[in-house]
Design a binder for this molecule. Structure first.
Ligand SMILES: NC(=O)C1=CN([C@@H]2O[C@H](COP(=O)(O)OP(=O)(O)OC[C@H]3O[C@@H](n4cnc5c(N)ncnc54)[C@H](O)[C@@H]3O)[C@@H](O)[C@H]2O)C=CC1
Ligand SMILES: O=C(CO)COP(=O)(O)O
Length: 331
């Protein structure tokens, strides 16, 4: 029997403990407690930090059963164990749930080499829900070939208020979750410029079109139908209406570009991380490398605004840059 399957039960470890990581821990812990195929206890790796009280965050989570910094006011479940030691947190796991801001993943993966079970299964969480208050939400699990494994993950996450669907399109789902954060920055800029709902809806539509076009250019296997799943249009709507990327971009535009995204992130999010600005830079690099910049004016403009090369108002002027080919329209 594999070490992670003590008494035949799969042990789950969550790698990450921010806002969404803590929500995931709560969801999963409620299921592992009820379902016989999973070990009750869920380990959650915590990037350790010292709170203003002088206590360690992991100690406080274990004492109060609450992530007081990243998800205050919500009980995680007594079977969630916070562990600041990454190696120890993963060593017996049969199922790993990765949920840290993506800029930290390289370092984490390097530390995990040779430390996890050889038959471990892993999932990277997709985006777009505020569900800790148990309001109805959805998510999509992507899989390649093995639908049975996908269904195990669906079982682990599903609750009466959290509907999870398995979709055979890993790349499409990953790219939806990644690219929507860039569109959310654009939507926030429109809010900061006080341009109203029609303009915002137009930006969201164009953003969705660029999301689909870029995903399909990068991976021909990406399915159109994925954009109508929760990970596609639903996630895009929620992030553009109420997310952190939107909120900080709004403040950036309101400051007339005088405040940087880094400053605003630190001030407004108190340790939580923005993904949209870094993603816009990474997308820009890909577009630039492949000679596709003019095919994706919204994505390119978001990056140029975020680094101060263009004013926020450029977000509604970018359509004057005419794409060189009709490739985007064809897609
Ligand atoms: N909050 C949301 O609604 C959703 C977030 N996501 C994704 O989940 C991932 C994690 O997001 P959240 O849990 O919201 O995190 P968060 O933004 O709330 O918190 C940041 C996390 O990064 C950790 N951290 C800071 N410095 C670190 C370092 N050097 N190394 C490792 N960790 C470090 C902090 O301890 C904290 O746990 C992101 O990729 C995000 O895109 C996905 C779906 C929904
Ligand atoms: O998916 C998320 C982070 O990548 C959530 O971001 P928002 O809070 O901007 O919606």
């Amino acid at each position: 029997m594999a070490p992670g399957a003590v008494s035949g039960k799969s042990k789950v470890t969550i790698v990450g403990s921010g806002n969404w990581g803590s929500v995931a821990a709560k969801l999963i812990a409620s299921n592992t407690f009820k379902l016989h195929s999973f070990h009750d206890q869920v380990r959650m790796w915590v990037f350790e930090e010292t709170l203003p009280s002088g206590e360690k965050l992991s100690d406080v989570i274990n004492r109060t059963n609450e992530n007081v910094k990243y998800l205050p006011g919500i009980k995680l479940g007594k079977n969630v164990i916070a562990d600041p030691d990454l190696e120890n947190a993963v060593k017996d796991a049969k199922m790993l749930v990765f949920v840290t801001p993506h800029q930290f993943m390289d370092g984490i993966c390097k530390k995990l080499v040779g430390k996890v079970n050889t038959d471990v299964e892993a999932i990277s969480l997709i985006k777009g829900m505020k569900i800790a208050l148990e309001k109805l939400s959805e998510a999509t699990v992507g899989y390649r070939e093995n639908k049975d494994i996908a269904e195990t993950w669906v079982q682990l996450f599903t609750t009466p208020y959290f509907i999870v669907t398995a979709v055979q399109d890993v790349e499409g789902i990953e790219l939806c979750g990644t690219l929507k954060n860039v569109v959310a920055i654009a939507a926030g800029l429109v809010d900061g410029l006080e341009m109203g709902n029609n303009t915002k809806a137009a930006i969201m539509r164009i953003g969705l079109k660029e999301m689909k076009a870029l995903s399909k250019l990068l991976f021909s296997s990406v399915k159109d139908s994925t954009f109508f799943e929760s990970c596609g249009v639903a996630d895009l709507i929620t992030t553009c209406l109420g997310g952190r990327n939107r909120k900080v971009a709004e403040a950036f535009a309101k400051s007339g570009g005088k405040r940087s995204f880094d400053d605003l992130e630190a001030e407004m999010l108190q340790g939580q991380k923005l993904q949209g600005v870094l993603t816009a830079k990474e997308v820009y690099e890909v577009l630039s490398h492949r000679g596709w910049l003019e095919l994706f004016p919204l994505f390119a403009t978001v990056h140029e605004i975020s680094i101060g090369h263009l004013p926020s108002s450029a977000i509604v002027k970018y359509s004057e840059h005419k794409p060189k080919s009709s490739l985007v329209c064809k897609l």
